[in-house]
Each structure stands twice: as C-alpha cells, then as structure tokens.
Write a protein that binds this ligand. Structure first.
Ligand SMILES: [Zn+2]
Length: 82
C-alpha cells in the first residue's frame, strides 16, 4: 500500500474475508466503514495526507480514515511501529 502522511489502522473482517477501514468526515463528522479495496480504488490519487473520498452527507471530498481524522483534528502524527 502506498504511504500517506497519516497512517491508519485496517481491520480484518474474518466473516467476509475483507479488510475494512473506519471512516470519518472532516467536514461534518459523518462516520461509516468502508472496504479497504473500495477506498483505495476511489480515493483521489493526488491526495497526500490520507485517502479521501466524497462524503455522502455533505458531498465534499473530506471522508478520511478515522485515524487520519483524529490526527488531523488533534494536530499529531502516529509513528509507525516496526
Ligand atoms: Zn461530510
């Protein structure tokens, strides 16, 4: 997976055998979960901070992974542990 400025967690859904990401809108706080594959397919490839998609509630391209939301709103960046 490519790297953005903000890292985010991915959950594996064993029942459906897919990876999911909790998403949250920077504009209106709308939340939903998305499949990682879908997110990566539709996210704007020019985005540098985090993959962002169009929010179904406020219709702006501000729906980002919730971990990225927390970092952007909180003004910090998670370190990658490895
Ligand atoms: Zn929104």
């Amino acid at each position: 997976m490519r790297r953005w400025k903000y890292n985010f967690r991915v959950r594996h859904d064993a029942e459906w055998d897919v990876d999911k990401v909790d998403m949250k809108c920077l504009g209106c706080d709308y939340e939903e979960e998305m499949e990682l594959d879908v997110l990566l397919e539709i996210a704007d490839p020019r985005a540098e901070e985090a993959p962002a998609v169009c929010c179904p509630r406020c219709d702006r391209e501000l729906l980002v992974p919730r971990d990225a939301y927390d970092q952007i709103k909180g003004g910090f960046v998670y370190k990658i542990d490895r």
